[in-house]
Design a protein around this ligand. Structure first.
Ligand SMILES: [Zn+2]
Length: 110
């Protein structure tokens, strides 16, 4: 609980936009772009659950990706890249979501 609040505060402080992950078409396209670029996208864990660091090895850019699930089950994500800042589901978010889903399925996020 404390961690969830902390992540939200962190995100809001940085003016980052939480994107509801409900647009299947956008998600599908982001996953497609992440797959195309999979050799360049390195997803790293951080010390905070549901927060990841995504490195684009092509240009050495590093992005922070954060996920959140609300009590009502709505899923949100955000990335501090330019696409993420305008509320679009980006390839970084898609790449990190793969790892996040994997950890969640193993019960490692609670
Ligand atoms: Zn991004």
């Amino acid at each position: 609980m404390a961690i969830k609040v902390k992540i939200r505060e962190l995100a809001e402080k940085r003016g980052m936009k939480m994107i509801e992950l409900k647009n299947q078409e956008q998600l599908k396209n982001a996953i497609k772009r992440a797959k195309v670029d999979r050799k360049n996208l390195l997803v790293q864990l951080t010390s905070i659950a549901r927060k990841y660091r995504v490195v684009n090895r092509r240009n050495n850019q590093v992005y922070d990706v954060i996920f959140r699930v609300n009590a009502d089950g709505k899923r949100y994500g955000q990335c501090n890249c330019r696409a993420g800042e305008i509320g679009r589901i980006c390839k970084h978010l898609a790449a990190a979501a793969a790892l996040n889903t994997c950890l969640a399925e193993q019960g490692l996020l609670n």
